[in-house]
Every structure is written in C-alpha cells, then in structure tokens.
Write a protein that binds this ligand. Sequence first.
Ligand SMILES: [Zn+2]
Length: 130
Amino acid sequence: MSLNIPLRVKNLVARYDTSDPFRLAKDLNCLVYYVALPPGVNGFWRHVLRKRTIAINEELEEWQQAAVLCHELGHIVCHPGYAAFSMRNISFSNTRIENEADEFAECLMSYRYDLDEYYVRPFLSQSWHP
Ligand SMILES: [Zn+2]
C-alpha cells in the first residue's frame, strides 16, 4: 500500500494551521536538539523516556536543518514504528520508507521554500538519515 504523501502533508498543515516544521514538531510533542553528528549524518529521531526526540546535525545550513526536520516529521507521521527498528541496526535503511519521508519533506518544504532554489530532495537523498 502506498501512502498519499501530498495529502498527508496537506492535512497536517491544515490541522495545525502551520507549515513551519519547528512549530509542527512542537505541536506533535517532539523535542528538537542540534547535536554534533558525523558529516553525512543529517539527523534521526527516537523515543527518549517516551518523548519523541529529533536530533539534527548542528553543522548544516538553516534550510537543510528545516529539511531534515521535515524528513523526520515524515517518519513520525507516516511510519510511527520505524525509529525503534532503525536504531537497532544503524546501517539498516528501508528505501521505500526513506523515499516516503523524503517526499513528505519535499512537500512540506514547498510551502515555505522555492524548491527551484533549495534542492531539498537531492540534499536529503545524498545523506544518511534514518
Ligand atoms: Zn529517514
């Protein structure tokens, strides 16, 4: 079954009345941290003491951090059981699930960024981001 990602993004933006990923993260009870991560690792999310916690590479540019946050929000909205699995084997990557999160991020970013100027999808697909 494939998800209708653009519709999911549209519903999310309508429901919380914002397309700002940082506000959406707050509304979805996510804590966002900027941390030192190896180059090429954009970020990840996991449960920490039952709180959804999103870590973003502090070295990225601002729009890239927003794109990573959108990607992780995509997992939280579309793949709620995924993080636990991906953390057990850090090299594991499910292509379909990652593509869905990238599509989610691209849709959500398109509300605030000109995608002809900010290459969200290529940026996300080139880096490692469970
Ligand atoms: Zn991912």
